[in-house]
Design a protein around this ligand. Structure first.
Ligand code: PLP
Length: 394
């Protein structure tokens, strides 16, 4: 049995979610149909919507089911930009952090390429924090021209948690919509949509033990969004298409369970994170922890994120060597066409390309145990040694 430590990429499905998916898959019924089977499917859909709203501090009417985090981010960013510009053609700026996930970054680039959007990036500091004052400065350069602001609640590579409530408030001082990508947060730290005051918020089912291919966009009732796909008008016309009831039932079951145990789990998982980061630096003091990290702290770093850089070796070599030893982790950033790219997140945090090379992300979640952490710690020294030799550094 291998040791799975890549929860930020996807989590093992929770049994309650698998049962909910299987139960719905055994039934027929399109929630848009008017007969009994359709009405039964509609009931499951609406009960799931209520459960999700309850778990995220939203109203059921604010829950839009999508195919995942990527689609939620796209609907929010493109839809908000197009609506703002339609209302006022002078609004052509998008303000976003330089450490957004590609679901936001590439959607914004698409707006720049196809709709003349002007992008303003707010870069993080050394530990990955986006300062609220830096967002304010970017917005206040020309607030009347800003169509939408987007800052992720927590980063998927280095785990830094941002003060998105303060950012939402400052946007509202200028009547600018604020979007936040909460894909790494939902189910791991409390999300209260009403309190955070974001206009839109993205969630993905498979990051907290739900199935893949299903997500949520929370959109305030008064959020102005132009639909970016067209069809049957389901989900407030923001996500047309036959609704995926089985996946949605699974997402709702997983989220309800995750949120029900969120405080104890966040503390338990953060202790595992701290065990890994403390011991890894005892093994090799040259290893650097990326992002903000204090023992026990979950206000500035996600409980389940342990990202490190190891000098003198290549992250991909390490990943394969650890995999061969039965430990599954990630480098944190994506390959393009099989070629490893330096992480745009670490570069935005001021690291050099050379420093980004030896990146390794260990991410923990609901199935993780001390034995998993210890398996990674015991496999690491040999993998580092070999990876360094392969890169000629040892
Ligand atoms: N946003 C963040 C921060 C993510 O970590 C991910 C997935 O890795 C996504 C968006 C995309 O979510 P999905 O895989 O559901 O499309």
């Amino acid at each position: 049995m291998s040791t799975y430590l890549d929860h930020a990429a996807t989590t093992p499905i929770r049994p309650v979610a698998r049962d909910a998916v299987l139960a719905q898959m055994a039934r027929v019924g399109n929630p848009s149909s008017l007969h009994s089977a359709g009405r039964a499917a509609r009931r499951v859909l609406e009960e799931s919507r209520e459960a999700v709203a309850d778990a995220l501090g939203a109203r059921p009417s604010e829950v839009v089911f999508t195919s995942g985090g990527t689609e939620s981010d796209n609907i929010a960013l493109l839809g908000s930009f197009l609506a703002a510009r339609q209302a006022d053609p002078a609004r052509d700026r998008v303000v976003l952090s330089g450490m957004e996930h590609h679901a936001v970054l590439d959607a914004a680039t698409h707006l720049a390429d196809t709709s003349g959007a002007r992008l303003t990036f707010v870069e993080p500091g050394e530990c990955g924090t986006i300062e609220v004052d830096a967002v304010r400065a970017a917005v206040e350069e020309d607030p009347a021209a800003v169509a939408v602001v987007s800052v992720m609640w927590a980063n998927n590579e280095v785990g830094t948690v941002q003060d998105v409530a303060a950012m939402a408030r400052l946007c509202h001082e200028h009547a600018i919509p604020f979007h936040t990508d909460a894909v790494q947060v939902a189910g791991h730290l409390p999300v209260d949509f009403a309190a955070v005051e974001a206009d839109t918020l993205a969630v993905s089912g498979h990051k907290f033990g739900g199935p893949t291919g299903v997500g949520v966009l929370l959109a305030r009732r008064d959020a102005r969004l132009v639909p970016t796909s067209h069809g049957g008008g389901q989900e407030r016309s923001l996500r047309s298409g036959t609704v995926a009831v089985a996946g949605i039932a699974g997402l709702a079951a997983a989220l309800t369970e995750a949120v029900g145990e969120i405080e104890t789990e966040a503390a338990r998982v953060a202790a595992l994170r701290d065990r890994f980061l403390t011991r890894v630096r005892e093994i090799d003091p040259s290893i650097r922890v990326s992002g903000c990290w204090e023992l026990g702290d979950i206000t500035r770093r996600l409980p389940g994120n342990a990202h490190i850089t190891i000098p003198g070796c290549d992250g991909d070599s390490l990943l394969y060597l650890l995999d061969a030893a039965g430990v599954e982790v990630s480098t944190g950033s994506a390959c393009q066409a099989g070629v490893p790219q330096p992480s745009h997140v670490l570069l935005a945090m001021g690291r050099s390309e050379e420093e980004t090379r030896g990146s390794l992300r260990v991410s923990l979640g609901w199935t993780s145990t001390e034995a998993d952490v210890d398996a990674a710690l015991s496999a690491l020294p040999d993998a580092v040694d070999r990876a360094r030799r392969a890169s000629g550094a040892a």
